[in-house]
Design a protein around this ligand. Sequence first.
Ligand code: ADP
Length: 270
Amino acid sequence: FGVTVLDMRVAILGDEYVLLLADDQTEIVRAQSVRSDFVANVSHELKTPVGAIRLLSEAIDDAADDPEAIRHFTKSLHKESGRLTALVQDIMELSRLQGTDVVAAGLPVELDRVINEAVDRNRLTAESRDISIVVGRKVDAQVFGDADLLITALRNLIDNAIRYSPAGTRVGVGVRERDGMVQVSVTDQGPGISEDEQGRIFERFYRIDAARSRQTGGTGLGLSIVKHVMQQHGGEVSVWSREGQGSTFTMAIPVMEDMGAGDASRGEDG
Ligand code: ADP
């Protein structure tokens, strides 16, 4: 039947009928395997900065008489510990999101607020790379969920757009309503992503160019976090991209339904 049955119980119903109760354990077995893959990946990813920090601290010890070398190693040490912090934060975020229904106690969230905050938090990185963030026309829409998670998700998309694009280019953030969904999209003029890779980039720790990702401070978990935030909101994230022409990532989230008494005032516009 294509299922792994690990648990079967038999109930006797009278003389002639036997009822077999079989639990489909396929999902449980699959979840266990996904979890152990994740633990293996996490250990592997943690080893890189932890190993670098150990080597750098030894190098600082050895360079006791060379202030210039100490400055250099200390700078690298700082960078590696920043990488470790980002990794631990993303791992915690992802494991929280994979728990049950983190937005069960969601509230109405103004999309404009999400966009403003996500853009603000990326301003400095954008400026440091001479990239301008252009925000499109406002849409007066609300969704039901967790504002902080939605800001984190959009921030990740804008952060990627900035990190993977050449200096001097533009990143566009747009929002529109269609078919009961609010679509928030982030468009860049970066290298683009091949069709093959488009199917894989939402996997945990998957990177097209691992060196580039690490060098720019990526953890390999950004898009996976976006995907889980969308799942928690009954929405989805998708990508349109052509190599050499840039990429557009879109988060589609259900518009907040008319909430009935008390809070219906702004839920049904558009
Ligand atoms: P990372 O921390 O490596 O950026 P993500 O999960 O955010 O991890 O993204 C996975 C991979 O997808 C990245 O390593 C990069 O190769 C690719 N990617 C993501 N966003 C873009 C983009 N806007 N343009 C080109 N490639 C991208």
